[in-house]
Every structure is written in structure tokens, then in C-alpha cells.
Design a protein around this ligand. Structure first.
Ligand SMILES: [Cu+2]
Length: 510
């Protein structure tokens, strides 16, 4: 992608289609967004932020509508279609669940049932995944092997367990071969599971402000349509928070606020920094932490979430930025960009008591390990092909863990770029990274596999039998093969009917 980077920058400047035939994302050229002047900005937003198309900037942060469960049930209709909605203050053409930019935020309590009636009015198939949920992966539950055809009506019924962990999850389209394009085009939204703020010290809970900070990026073609064909993850892009360029939050000096950070971009990484203040991590991938840790920067690979507290100590204008991130010699390099402005002014308040723990962390360090497996992530970047254990996704079952057992997986990345490892249904504990012991503060569902490195994880295949997937959460890689199936069975043996059954075949030509 190196040679194309300059040309792509030029094309994006005049608003042309990003026409790159290579689906890979190799190369190590830093592509900074071209300086397209905003339509407008505000004194509150400060300096204009570079974007790839003219945007409205510096407005107060808004969030998608919140839909809350009632009497243990949240029922919602998603009329999935292509259409126009506003992003960054301009009308763009994309895909949507409910007609507006990103889906509504679904607010659940552990034990709730989520019922979604998904009407597919797209011209292509789709489906839906509840990312991070510990729920059944089969039937009409969180089943990404399901294909929802155009002009079809598909009920989704997800029964969450009473011990579903509190925190920030998300939902998104997950049909192999179309995942990157559909998430890029807007088919994603947030799920919040109640119970996190209730674990905070009482004085901190009082009047605590919570904000969703959903990160996503857009490349537009000349017709203001979100680019969904031949996406180049290294091309200049416009990074947004809740669909806004450089939105503005306000705070009083000393005040603490809860931010729900999520990287819902299809392919790109974020390395967040908050104007010198620290992030206090309450939950990682919707797993409340055993020990609250302070971080000056947080790396969010695609799919990652952190629930954090931030306290801005003094008056001033603080910038939430993504810092330069180099994904490795064969990967992308993402430049720095301001994402949001926090203006701190007014009467100082006494900073409330800060938490030190959010509860006990389930520790798999001493668990009996039933099986040890080695998983190899590899790629042919030039050909745009991505592999797990030498195979591109083919719908066949790779492993059959026994229900209830703990397995230890050594995941080797033999490529020259980082990949985020994700598995459905069960979160895992990171045991070591590149041979160095890792002291996990929580379970997680996204981990960075360093280029030419390895990560050891432990996971319990608890409560649910059936097939689900693990994959790279760079969606271009997933779509191009870096995904495989596990089938959790009662006895750990392959399901005899599996040899003759056909699972979803990979989508072609998308
Ligand atoms: Cu990858």
C-alpha cells in the first residue's frame, strides 16, 4: 500500500473514490489526513481538525438514543437499509439500523432478554453479532454463522445470564466477506450492561456524568457515500466520536466523569491520550477490573472497549487525541489526530473518592488446563490472503473444546504486523506476551498479537455448547480468511453429524 498512499491522499483531497485494487494493508507510510477546511467550527472546539471532507466541528457532544429494557425485555426493530443520514454535520450515504448514524445504544440489566426483529432491506445479506456477550452462539441467539438474506425478516433472541458482566459492549454486522464494508458503512452500535457505576464509592456515584465515546472513521467518495469497496485501511480518513468531528465536553475543575471508550472502526487502531490527565480503567472489554489502574495512554485495537474515569484537575482546554501508532513493518502507521475537546471551567469541586477495585477478577492462573493448543496467524499480504493455522476461513470446525473446561492457547503471529485476537462467547485471561508473564487485571475479548510475537491465553468454555468463531478484529483480515470455528461439545469430541453438514460458505466477490 506504500506506493499508493500519496496518490490516495491526492484523490481524497478532491473527494474522489478511493480505488485501490489491493485489499491488503501492508506498508509503513504515515498517511496524515489532508487538510480539508471545515464548513464551520466553534471557539469552544478551538483549532480546526484535519478531515478528508468538509465537516461541521466543535459542537457539544451528542450520543445516539438509548433504548432501555422494561420488565427484563428489550424489544427493538432494526430496519436495515441503505440511506442518507448526517455524519460530521454533512449528509452521507451509508447503511443504518434505524435510519440514523450508528444504531441506538441498547441498555440492559444482566438477565435481560434482548429481542431484535431484523428486517433486511439491503441489497445484500447481513447478520448481527453482540460483541463480548457470554450467551448462546447458536439458533437465533448470537449466531454469526446465520445468513439474513435481502428482503427477509429475522428474529434474534438473546437471553443474557444473570451474571453477565457490567460494562460496554457493542453490536455489529458480522457476515463473513461483508463485515468490513457493513461496519464501515454504519452497521454498528453500543450495548451498555448496567452495574458498573453501582460498584463505585457512594460520593462518586452521586451526579456522576457518563458519556459514550464511540470511535469510528469514514472515507467518503465523490458522491458523499461511505467507501465500502476496496477499502484501504491506511488511506487518509476522518476519525469521529459518536459521528462528530472534535465534539466538545465540559467539566468543572476536579470533577470526575465516566467515559465509555469503544473502537468501533472496521480496521484502524487508536492510541488515546487525554491532554496529560490519566484514564482510571474500571472495565476492559466489559470486564470490571480486580485492580483499578491508571494509564496515560490506552491502546484500542479495532473492537476494544474501556470504561474509564477521568478527572480534569484544573481549568483549561484538554484534547482527547489519538497518538501515532505503528502497527509493524508490514502494517499501517496511523497519524495523530484530535478527537474531542474537553473544556474545564467554573467552580472547582472536591474530587470524589476514587475506586481501587471493581470486584474480584476470575483468575484462571491456577485452573486445571484440559487442553493446550497452538494457533498460528499468518498472511500473504500482497495477495490479500489471511490465515489461521494455514487455512483461510472455510466454514469447517477447527477445534472442539469440551464444555466447562479451561484451555490454554498459544497464539503465534508470524506476520510483520499486529493483529487483534477476538473470540466470541467466552472472554479470556492473558497469561503472557512474548514470553513475559502478564498480570491481567480482568478478562478481555480483544488482545493485541504483536508482530512476530506470541500471546498465551486461558479461557473457560463455560455454559454454552455450539459453534462460534475466533478471528482477527481487523475486519479486512477477517473477511479475507483470518477466522475459524470452534464447536464446544458436551464430551469434547467432534459432533459426528458435522462431517456431512455444511456451515455457511464464505461470501464471494465482496
Ligand atoms: Cu489481522
Amino acid at each position: 500500500m506504500k506506493k499508493l498512499a500519496l496518490a490516495l491522499a491526492a484523490v481524497a483531497l478532491v473527494g474522489g473514490t478511493v480505488a485501490c485494487g489491493d485489499k491488503s494493508d501492508g506498508g509503513s507510510t504515515t498517511t496524515t489526513a489532508p487538510e480539508v477546511q471545515p464548513i464551520s467550527t466553534t471557539p469552544e472546539g478551538g483549532d480546526a481538525v484535519p478531515a478528508t471532507f468538509p465537516t461541521v466541528q466543535g459542537l457539544p457532544l451528542t450520543e445516539p438514543p438509548v433504548l432501555q429494557s422494561e420488565n427484563g425485555v428489550l424489544e427493538v426493530t432494526f430496519d436495515v437499509k441503505e440511506g442518507e443520514y448526517e455524519v460530521g454535520g454533512v449528509k452521507v450515504k451509508g447503511m443504518s439500523f434505524t435510519g440514523s448514524f450508528m444504531g441506538p445504544t441498547l441498555l440492559l440489566t444482566p438477565g435481560d432478554t434482548l429481542k431484535i426483529n431484523l428486517i433486511n432491506n439491503l441489497s445484500q445479506p447481513t447478520n448481527l453479532h453482540e460483541h463480548g456477550f457470554h450467551v448462546s452462539p447458536i439458533g437465533i441467539s448470537d449466531n454469526v454463522l446465520r445468513v439474513m438474506q435481502p428482503s427477509s425478516d429475522s428474529p434474534i433472541l438473546v437471553e443474557t445470564p444473570k451474571d453477565l458482566a457490567a460494562g460496554t459492549y457493542w453490536y455489529h454486522a458480522h457476515l463473513h466477506g461483508l463485515t468490513e464494508a457493513q461496519v464501515m458503512a454504519g452497521l454498528f452500535g453500543t450495548i451498555v450492561v448496567n452495574g458498573l457505576s453501582e460498584r463505585l464509592p457512594a460520593d462518586l456515584q452521586t451526579g456522576l456524568k457518563e458519556h459514550l465515546v464511540a470511535l469510528h472513521d469514514y472515507q467518503l467518495d465523490k458522491d458523499n457515500a461511505i467507501v465500502t469497496k476496496n477499502i484501504d485501511s491506511n488511506a487518509p480518513t476522518t476519525r469521529m466520536v459518536n459521528g462528530m468531528v472534535n465534539p466538545v465536553l465540559t467539566s468543572q475543575p476536579g470533577q470526575t466523569q465516566l467515559l465509555r471508550l469503544g473502537n468501533f472502526s472496521a480496521d484502524i487502531w487508536y492510541r488515546l491520550e487525554m491532554g496529560g490527565t490519566k484514564f482510571s480503567v474500571l472495565a476492559e472489554d466489559a470486564n470490571p477490573v480486580g485492580k483499578v489502574v491508571q494509564r496515560k495512554t490506552l491502546l484500542l485495537p479495532p473492537g476494544k472497549r474501556y470504561d474509564v474515569l477521568v478527572t480534569w484537575p484544573e481549568e483549561g482546554s484538554y484534547k482527547l487525541r489519538t497518538l501515532t501508532f505503528n502497527q509493524g513493518p508490514e502494517g499501517d502507521v496511523y497519524g495523530e489526530q484530535v478527537l474531542m475537546t474537553v473544556n474545564v471551567a467554573g467552580e472547582p469541586v472536591v474530587t470524589p473518592t476514587q475506586p481501587t477495585t471493581m470486584g474480584a477478577m476470575p483468575d484462571l492462573g491456577a485452573a486445571e488446563v484440559a487442553e493446550r493448543r497452538t494457533v498460528v496467524f499468518s498472511e500473504d499480504n500482497k495477495a490479500g490472503k489471511f490465515f489461521i493455522n494455514g487455512e483461510q476461513f472455510n466454514g469447517k470446525t477447527m477445534y472442539t473444546p469440551k464444555l466447562g473446561t479451561v484451555e490454554e492457547w498459544t497464539i503465534k503471529n508470524v506476520t510483520g504486523e499486529d493483529h487483534p485476537f477476538h473470540i466470541h462467547v467466552n472472554d479470556y485471561q492473558v497469561m503472557s506476551v512474548n514470553g513475559q508473564p502478564y498480570s491481567a487485571v480482568s478478562l478481555q475479548d480483544i488482545v493485541r498479537l504483536p508482530a512476530k510475537g506470541e500471546v498465551v491465553i486461558r479461557q473457560r468454555f463455560a455454559d454454552y455448547t455450539g459453534k462460534f468463531v475466533f478471528h482477527c478484529h481487523i475486519l479486512a483480515h477477517e473477511d479475507n480468511g483470518m477466522m475459524a470455528i470452534v464447536d464446544v461439545t458436551e464430551d469434547g469430541r467432534p459432533d459426528p453429524s458435522d462431517a456431512t453438514s455444511t456451515t455457511m460458505a464464505p461470501m464471494e466477490g465482496m
